[in-house]
Design a protein around this ligand. Structure first.
Ligand code: C2G
Length: 132
């Protein structure tokens, strides 16, 4: 069984997230998503609208996702790839090159981001609509 892993916050789920999950799954038979905990989001300076539990439940409902694990540190990726016997690591290309150190453990793929959508933009648009 070919196993794929990807990492992220996946807050306010949108089609950019769905696209990368769908495409990541195409590289194997089993997709693990390591979703950032609220504590790790603090380290990433990201404030998610949904809690870890909510974001985890939402991801587990997606047909392309087979398993969701917590992402708690930047350093856990090598351990995860070995522990879960991962063949392919996939990330959006805003991360291009950042995880090439994983190439000695698995295939590393950076996929083009979906243009025109982001959680940050959604929040901005909603604030504008609400505050006029
Ligand atoms: N993404 C995308 N297109 C978008 C928005 C996001 O392809 N329009 C991808 C990102 O490139 C990433 C994934 O969706 O691969 C999740 O995005 P985020 O939740 O923003 O994740 P990020 O904060 O980049 O966290 O250790 C890695 C980090 O946890 C990645």
């Amino acid at each position: 069984m070919k196993k794929v892993i990807t990492y992220g916050t996946f807050d306010l789920l949108h089609t950019g997230h769905i696209n990368i999950l769908k495409r990541a799954k195409e590289y194997g038979d089993y997709l693990i998503v390591a979703i950032s905990t609220d504590e790790f989001n603090d380290i990433k300076n990201k404030k998610a609208y949904y809690s870890f539990e909510q974001r985890k439940a939402i991801l587990e409902a997606i047909r392309y996702v087979d398993e969701v694990i917590p992402e708690e540190t930047w350093e856990q990726k090598v351990e995860d790839v070995q522990k879960y016997d991962i063949d392919v690591f996939v990330m959006g290309d805003d991360w291009k090159g950042k995880f090439d150190f994983l190439k000695e453990y698995c295939e590393v793929i950076y996929l083009p981001r979906t243009v025109g959508i982001s959680t940050t933009q959604i929040k901005k648009d909603l604030n504008k609509a609400h505050n006029g």
